[in-house]
Structures are given as structure tokens and as C-alpha cells.
Design a protein around this ligand. Structure first.
Ligand code: CA2
Length: 147
């Protein structure tokens, strides 16, 4: 039995769909979850989909992924730009790590151009709205050799 892909979303993404649709799209996080689940099932995989506003909780979930996941998709949101602790946790993983962003941070304010998470990422998908998550699932499925 293949382990699930763990999909983590960081702070404020629980409010997705309620503001700035021109940047982040109209989908809610529940819509994103449904799209990820459908993509994973189509590749014979499953997802564990979680969101937290708390850095330590995200770090606990990254650590859990060390033994419980076949790959990790993470939209670290604002913590990507600030959290060395999250980077340190990600660096302990021996599975593919796909960094995912709804927007394209490189095309926005200067402070979004750098993410610590990128230093531990196998690859990055950004700028495609909710589809970024789906593309990240596809990338993870390819990396773990799913059908
Ligand atoms: O584009 C992304 O996915 C980001 O990770 C979103 C973060 C931002 O700090 C990153 O630079 C890029 C912000 C998440 C804000 O969450 C939202 C809350 C309500 C409506 C839309 C987004």
C-alpha cells in the first residue's frame, strides 16, 4: 500500500476564497482539497490535506511526514518567507518536497521573492491558482512512480 501524499497549507489559507480573488482565485480551501483528492485518486494515490495558522503545528506535521507520507506538498504561505525552523524540519525529509503557491511570489513584492522553503524543495509550482496544488500532486505522483 502506497503511503499518502501529505498536503500542508500555512497561515491564513483557511480564508482562501474570501479576499483578493484577483491574486489567489475564487476557490476555497475545501475546493482545493477536493481537486487534490481527485488528482491523487486518478493516479492511484491518496492525500492527507491539512491547514494550520501555527508554525509549530506545521513543523509537527512535516516531522510526521517523515514516516507517514510518500511525498509532501507544502504551501507555507507567509512562513515560507520567514521560517528557518520550517526549513530545518523540511531538510530532515527523505521524500520529494513540492513547494506550492497559488500566486507567483517572484512577480510580486520584493519580500516575497525569497522563500526558505525553496532550499529544501525538490521543485516549486507557483502562479496557477488552485491548479498549482493539482500540478504539485501530479509532480509528486511522477516522482514516486505512481501510474
Ligand atoms: O501565493 C501563495 O500561495 C502564497 O503562499 C500565499 C501567502 C503569501 O504570503 C505568499 O507570499 C504566497 C498568503 C496567504 C494568504 O491567504 C489568503 C487568505 C485569504 C484569501 C486569500 C489568501
Amino acid at each position: 500500500m502506497v503511503k499518502p501524499i501529505h498536503v500542508l497549507s500555512g497561515p491564513n489559507l483557511n480564508l482562501l476564497g474570501t479576499r483578493e480573488p484577483e491574486i489567489y482565485g475564487k476557490d476555497t480551501l475545501d475546493d482545493v482539497r477536493a481537486r487534490c483528492e481527485a488528482r491523487a485518486v486518478a493516479r492511484g494515490l491518496s492525500v492527507v490535506f491539512r491547514q494550520s495558522n501555527h508554525e509549530g503545528v506545521l513543523i509537527d506535521w512535516v516531522q510526521e511526514a517523515r514516516t507517514e507520507a510518500c511525498a509532501l506538498v507544502i504551501n507555507p504561505a507567509g512562513y515560507g518567507h520567514t521560517s528557518i525552523a520550517l526549513l530545518d524540519a523540511l531538510k530532515t525529509l527523505n521524500i520529494p518536497v513540492i513547494e506550492c503557491h497559488l500566486s507567483n511570489p517572484a512577480a510580486r513584492e520584493d519580500f516575497r521573492r525569497h522563500t526558505y522553503v525553496s532550499l529544501a524543495a525538490t521543485g516549486i509550482v507557483s502562479g496557477f491558482g488552485a491548479a498549482s496544488y493539482e500540478l504539485a500532486i501530479e509532480a509528486a505522483a511522477g516522482l514516486v512512480g505512481a501510474n
